[in-house]
Write a protein that binds this ligand. Sequence first.
Ligand SMILES: C[S@@+](CC[C@H](N)C(=O)[O-])C[C@H]1O[C@@H](n2cnc3c(N)ncnc32)[C@H](O)[C@@H]1O
Length: 320
Amino acid sequence: MVTAPRHIPVVADRVLDLLEPAVLAADTPVLVDTTLGLGGHSEAILERFGEVRVIGIDRDGDALRRATARLEPFGDRFTPVHAVYDEIAEAVRSVGVARVTGVLFDLGVSSMQLDQAERGFAYAQDAPLDMRMNPQDPLTAAEVLNSYEERELARVLRDYGEEKFARKIARTIVREREREPFERSARLVELVRDAIPAPARRTGGNPAKRTFQALRIEVNDELGAYERALPAALGLTEIGGRVVVLSYHSLEDRITKRTFAAATTSTAPPGLPVVPPEHEPRFRLLTRGAERASETEIAENPRATSVRLRAVERIAHDQR
Ligand SMILES: C[S@@+](CC[C@H](N)C(=O)[O-])C[C@H]1O[C@@H](n2cnc3c(N)ncnc32)[C@H](O)[C@@H]1O
């Protein structure tokens, strides 16, 4: 099988190096891959660590099926779970595990989802405005475009797409949907291009990129789910266990940075001569700032271009 470069798991060696000390220290190491996708990272983990068991979560049933087939050679060392990652505690419990050795988040859409044009994630191809990671979920991108109030639409485009012309685009969408509801992506791409001022069209790639990102985040409640999932993952991690996150845009990375900062900072009031144990941080940072991929990796795998990696290790129990 020829593997296209975009299917290579991102910064996989660094992810494995970060997880290794936790795996070596554990009696029965269990890692959770919360974003299984095509199983690239899980496969690398199962190959490198002979004793590890991997629980692989994905909300996309198709991805889960494909990854499960790929990981079949590892037998019962791999367990797939169809869930949204904010259900990580239930998912882990459902397969009889109480605490985990490590958790990996490789956020966003997979190359497979982008390649399946009919799912509507890629603005470069005309397709139905769907964008659901789990096709059983009720809300589609078309539904957002055709039913949200103008102010709500502008908020989605501004907050999730960091789109400067959010109000203008939202106004144009509302006007245009009166003529005919939105169904396919080409019309939206054209509308966004026409709605923004000509000089802005010439910089920063396809102007529809930010609108598509915003719709995808809204349709899948990506930031809400992640904001709930990361603390839940930290809560499940045993002492010496590690949580590694790969984010691809600043909104996700901000949540990671904020959550890790809170977990790795003492909660003692400033100036206490001795910090009582209940105020000691429960985690320590393993990365300085956000790590990026090397130029060599980016040249081989364009998906690595925007990755930001952060990781922490648990050093103390939660206080009760
Ligand atoms: C970037 S891909 C992961 C690729 C994978 N690491 C690999 O090497 O093949 C992200 C995957 O996470 C899944 N995903 C995104 N948000 C999710 C969520 N909230 N809950 C569960 N899975 C999610 C997507 O369906 C997608 O398959």
